[in-house]
Design a protein around this ligand. Sequence first.
Ligand code: FES
Ligand code: FE2
Length: 453
Amino acid sequence: MPIIDEAQVRAACAHNQKLNEAQFPHLNHSGNGVAKILADIDRIARLPLEEGTTLPREAYTSDAFHAWEIEHVFKPEWFCLAHVSQIPNNGDFINLELFGNPLIVLRGKAGEVRILSRVCPHRGMDIMPPAFGHDGHGPADWTEGKPGCGHTRLFVCPYHSWTFELDGRLKACPEMQGAKDFRRDDWGLKEFRSEVWHGFVFVNLDGQAPQSAAEQFSELGQDLAPWNPAEMSIVFERSWDVPCNWKILTENFMESYHHLGAHAHTLQPHMAARDTWNEQERPHHIRCHLPFRKSLRAKIAEAEANGKRADTFVVIPSLTEEQRLEWGLMLGFPLFTILPAPDQLVWYRIIPVGPNRLQLLTTVLVPNSTRDHPDFPEMLARGGEDAIGFHLEDMEVVTAVQRSMHSDGYQRGRLSHLEMSVWLIQRYLAARAHGTWPALDGNAAPAQHPPKS
Ligand code: FES
Ligand SMILES: [Fe+2]
């Protein structure tokens, strides 16, 4: 059972968001200071991990720095928005907002995945404006309980009824016969560069990424391949409005030092913080290992000898012995966050919406064969509860840390060797600030050897 109550966490997030916005607007450092923040990040990213320190707090609070990140970190890179299992049928779509862009992630008539703008090329209407709650969107059927998700054969702009095909082409537009030299073919919905990689749907908003997602993430792809995510499905998802900067959540996701505090009663008993370790620095991703404790390994060995290992879902047969005895953490830069476990993948879709705020979708993926297992409903009930349980503990931490960034009592902190990921994220940001690509622009930091416990 979760130790913290979900309803209480949601109320706390709303409360903290109000505090962030209403009381401290002067601390958002709007307008200035980006060069200073970047110089500071550059300085600390050059320090060895043993001398590592936290980012300047303005990196978590400044509107101007947030704007810099959108232009220099997020728009030029590949950003993961969905998994193909969320749009299984031709005509399925998901509406999303990404850095001021209303988007549709959809499966087209030939089964292809596309990412279109929702901005109508006529007078700029959002063709499916969120939260109005009416069905004036042509033939779309909306998915119960999942706002913005549905199925359609056409898109109809609710303003003047221009109609678009699933590939964005303008199909029909009433009363335009008087517009001189108007050609329907010139007026479709804009399509963004996208790619499906290992079943995940990525967008490159500025269209200028120097490599395809598959090329850029080839090393990460090798790490992920044993889970075969293209043949998995999202079986659980929950969305959260989180009052914190994306780096606070991502740093927290990627280090396991905090098992000692935040997860002392949930994760630490199974995966001791001191046993966790990072692989060597790589140009486009971070990988960490969270080995199970000896006591848990012994229990698993005994259960396996009796033919009944007690994981939440079915252990994935293609995994190596070691992969069956640990969790992992992966971050594909800038913000593709994955937690591989022996029986599942956890994927967090983190969408920054301001220096103090992000939209989060927490998901669990299992192999399609697990989804078809006769005991799957019971497995899922347990899996959902587990996924929420430790996440609620993280929500308390990230919300409180964001608030502290505004405090007169705030001090820059020093890093433990167990926070190597935090330091690697700083080095990625520093590289983006130099404009270097790939991110690694010096000698790679070596792996932390797996501790012998
Ligand atoms: S703005 Fe969409 S049809 Fe006019
Ligand atoms: Fe955590």
